[in-house]
Design a protein around this ligand. Structure first.
Ligand SMILES: [Mg+2]
Length: 178
């Protein structure tokens, strides 16, 4: 975070009110911006961790860490859990379409959706073992995928070597047919 990117409405508030009321020396607005810029990533992360789906996932991770401990064996179990949940998606889908004539339709569309959610949650829990900021990592990866796919044919991508799906088959980054 660049100090110049901190909105002046914020620095104007912080460089006067809290310091003055606490009897502390008042920082210049410029110094306040520098201080906030320094702590901004931590502040942003703290705010994110208080709310939202990833905050709930973080609490699940903490609960699991407390109950099972941490380490390579536990990480491996959380990855194994992922394959279990993927299997349950297959089970629910097979039951939804009634693929087994003996059993008929045993699951609903909603069951399949529930099992897919289990996969997502389990993957997000496991993700915490491989990054210090799961939410940011996920957002970055999602953006990367979107950049590769959604902008296909809209111009050249730096460092991109993959073919893009186009209307008439795959194209390179310049939109030329492959
Ligand atoms: Mg499940």
């Amino acid at each position: 975070m660049n100090p110049d990117d901190i909105p002046t409405e914020i620095t104007a508030l912080t460089y006067t009110a809290p310091f003055a009321t606490a009897g502390l020396p008042i920082l210049s607005q410029n110094d306040t911006a520098k201080m906030l810029a320094h702590y901004w990533p931590a502040i942003e992360r703290h705010v994110r961790e208080q709310d939202g789906a990833f905050a709930t996932i973080r609490r699940l991770v903490d609960w699991l860490d407390h109950a099972n401990g941490t380490g390579e064996a536990e990480t491996a179990m959380r990855l194994l859990k992922l394959t279990e949940e993927v299997g349950e998606v297959s089970q629910a889908y097979i039951g939804f379409v009634g693929q087994n004539p003996r059993k008929g339709q045993t699951h609903t569309r909603n069951d399949v959706a529930d099992e897919l959610c289990d996969v997502i949650v389990t993957a997000l829990v496991a993700l915490h073992a491989f990054t210090d900021d799961a939410e940011q990592h996920f957002a970055g990866k999602l953006q990367h995928i979107a950049d590769r796919v959604l902008t296909a044919g809209e111009g050249r991508h730096a460092e991109c070597t993959e073919p893009h799906p186009g209307v008439d088959g795959y194209t390179d980054c310049d939109g030329q047919p492959l």
